[in-house]
Write a protein that binds this ligand. Structure first.
Ligand SMILES: [Zn+2]
Length: 144
């Protein structure tokens, strides 16, 4: 039973970590979550090996508003940049980005955090119960 719980926790961790790995590679979180969920550590390894989706990453950065495209060379540069770091073209200054309040964590993020916490608790409780069992610190078994 405990082995099953620990395995479940490990798989959940793989799913959550896999999701963040594929998201950081511009592929969204779904593929990594599925790989981790079905293949566990092997799936996690696959997400690590996966190449980055440059187009997806660029689209994300443009959407987030912290990058813009250089009109000369079409590379992404910082929004505040006055000179392109790729082709050294002069860029027109943009009005400062309105200071937006930090976006509230999405339900997916919260779910992922909850899963990681649950898995961590399971793992910790498993480790502690495993370490305590043979020692019999309360002397229950020794009593006549
Ligand atoms: Zn440029």
């Amino acid at each position: 039973m405990l082995e099953f719980v620990m395995l479940l926790a490990l798989w959940l961790v793989c799913a959550v970590v896999g999701a963040s790995v594929t998201r950081s590679k511009g592929r969204g979180s779904a593929p990594g979550a599925l790989l981790g969920l079905f293949l566990g550590p092997v799936g996690l390894l696959i997400t690590v090996i996966l190449p980055k989706n440059e187009g997806g990453l660029e689209a994300e950065q443009l959407e987030a508003g912290d990058r813009r495209r250089c009109p000369q060379c079409a590379e992404l540069v910082r929004r505040e940049a006055l000179k392109c770091r790729f082709c050294a073209a002069e860029l027109t200054p943009l009005p400062a980005a309105e200071s937006q309040p930090a976006p509230a964590p999405s339900p997916r993020r919260l779910l992922a955090a909850a899963l990681v916490m649950a898995a961590t608790i399971l793992l910790v409780s498993y480790v502690f119960s495993g370490a305590r069992a043979p020692a019999d610190p309360y002397g229950i078994e020794a009593q006549p």
